[in-house]
Design a binder for this molecule. Structure first.
Ligand code: NDP
Length: 307
């Protein structure tokens, strides 16, 4: 049976480390770091994400501000809000919750954030710093994966990491971070020929695709460390039963809630052959919020000349 890579537990440890550092900062006469989340429109999932990030901030003693804006807001008005937050001395980190409504250009908006307050690590300056190996803000989800692997004692140097997915927020920064760890890195995508064969070469397999349970046992050689970034909500009962035919716990969740959260990995079948694996939920997800707190703390310390 594989080792469970418990992201929830690692995230709790990171959050308590951040809380201690915030308390030290305040004790030394510093200002608690502040995070502003910009939320445009009423998308329920985005509201949940912003709410949980805000609560996480407050729990570690940081200041959280949510800027709620109407969906029909113009691009100029949104950019003006970002400009104000860039100038605000009490705000150290700014995040603009994606996706934005269709009439707004997210790239233009993200590029407007001061790189020194870009705690999501999406600004081209921070993306460039990441690839150059210079200090900067790291995209939270891939940085969380690295923390999880480190803290679980997974050896990375010299091992072959295969990433499925090449998005700007997960796949590409994941590749840069694994290179920093001295992995040999392969990045796969929708045009990769014979994906299972490429994945079977992995010592460490990272799935960041957005397709429920698509990575199955034919993608995994015995002993691989499997990290599942995917978060897919499955509503259809037949699909849920196909993915979890013998899993009473998942079936129970579906019966109570009418849906179940499924990763990109076919967990039950892959866990039988992997050496270690992240669950969904409770794997990579909690680390994303924890690493956002780490980045906000770092921004607050730097902007107060304390790092
Ligand atoms: P994107 O949709 O931006 O990217 C998906 C990637 O998967 C693309 O590179 C795409 O290839 C590739 N892909 C799609 N279909 C296939 C296929 N059949 N075979 C091989 N590759 C394929 O997704 P994100 O990177 O934003 O997110 C990926 C998943 O991770 C989602 O489930 C998302 O919800 C989850 N996520 C979880 C987070 C967390 O905190 N745990 C944070 C962020 C994301 P191509 O480029 O060729 O189109």
């Amino acid at each position: 049976m594989s080792q469970l890579l418990d992201g929830k537990a690692v995230a709790a440890t990171i959050r308590s480390e951040v809380a201690e550092q915030v308390a030290d900062l305040v004790r030394d006469g510093g200002r608690p770091p502040g995070l502003a989340a910009v939320l445009v429109g009423e998308d329920p999932a985005s509201k949940v994400y912003v709410g949980s990030k805000g609560r996480a901030c407050e729990e570690v003693g940081m200041v959280s501000r949510t800027v709620q804006l109407p969906a029909e807001l113009s691009q100029e008005a949104l950019l003006a809000t970002v400009d104000e937050l860039n100038q605000d001395p009490e705000i150290d980190g700014i995040l603009v919750q994606l996706p934005l409504p269709d009439h707004l250009e997210s790239r233009v908006v993200l590029d407007r954030i001061d790189p020194e307050k870009d705690v999501d690590g999406f600004h081209p300056v921070n993306v460039g710093r990441l690839w150059l190996g210079e200090p900067g803000f790291l995209s939270a989800t891939p940085a969380g994966v690295i923390q999880l692997l480190h803290r679980a004692g997974v050896e990375m140097s010299g091992r072959h990491a295969v990433i499925v997915g090449r998005s700007n927020i997960v796949g590409k920064p994941m590749a840069a971070l694994l290179l920093r760890e001295n992995c040999t890195v392969t990045v796969c995508h929708s045009r990769t020929a014979d994906l299972p064969a490429v994945c079977r070469q992995a010592d460490i397999l990272i799935a960041a695709v957005g397709r429920a349970a698509m990575i199955g046992p034919d993608h995994v050689k015995p002993g691989t460390v499997v990290v599942d970034v995917g978060m897919n909500r499955v509503f259809d009962e037949a699909e849920m039963r196909r993915i979890f035919p013998d899993n009473e716990q998942k079936q129970g969740v579906w019966e109570r809630r009418g849906s179940v959260l499924v990763g990109d990995v076919d967990y039950d079948r892959v866990a039988a052959i992997a050496s270690a694996i992240t669950p969904v939920p409770g794997g990579v997800g909690p680390l994303t919020v924890a690493m956002l707190l780490v980045n906000t703390l770092q921004a607050g310390l730097r902007r107060q000349g304390r790092s």
